[in-house]
Design a protein around this ligand. Structure first.
Ligand SMILES: Nc1nc2c(c(=O)[nH]1)N=C([C@H](O)[C@H](O)COP(=O)(O)OP(=O)(O)OP(=O)(O)O)CN2
Ligand SMILES: [Zn+2]
Length: 137
């Protein structure tokens, strides 16, 4: 079993706020992150795939292919976007890093399985000090 990772970066705006709560409730739970004025992060995304090396190619999967699907199905949809408003796969979800990691997993898992490899983890740094890792359901 071998693991390879594609790193990608994106910039996105969000706020942590439930539409069914009052502003006061949101502020109590989410603090400054519930501020109605949007704020943004320079996110770092790590998509890790696992499987066996193809003895003919020497590849687990082609990293160019991993870059292309990560960009097409994730980065192009969220870079310079508002996670609360603009992103189809985040609709109806609180824009936390946890929910974003699960949503990105759901975007990629079947595509990667079709290649014969398996998605191992989605890791997202929201800030330099805060990151989330998701290993599937
Ligand atoms: N469990 C979670 N908690 C928080 C999330 C989250 O996605 N999941 N997100 C946030 C906010 O988005 C916030 O913008 C994070 O900022 P902050 O806590 O200020 O993080 P920093 O790394 O910038 O703070 P330092 O104090 O400099 O470490 C909050 N919580
Ligand atoms: Zn934030």
């Amino acid at each position: 079993m071998i693991y390879i990772t594609r790193k990608a970066s994106f910039n996105a705006a969000h706020k942590l706020s439930r539409p069914d709560w009052t502003e006061a409730q949101n502020t109590e739970v989410y603090g400054k992150c519930a501020n109605p004025n949007w704020h943004g992060h320079n996110y770092q995304l790590y998509v890790t795939v696992k499987g066996e090396i193809n003895p003919e190619t020497g590849f687990l999967v082609d990293l160019k292919w991993l870059k292309d699907i990560t960009n097409t199905y994730v980065v192009d949809k969220i870079d310079h976007k508002n996670l609360n408003l603009d992103v189809d796969f985040m609709k109806g979800k609180l824009a936390s890093t946890e929910n974003l990691a699960v949503a990105i997993w759901d975007e990629l898992v079947n595509l990667i399985a079709e290649s014969g490899a398996q998605l191992h983890s989605i890791k997202i740094y929201e800030t330099e000090n805060n990151f989330v890792e998701y290993f599937g359901h």
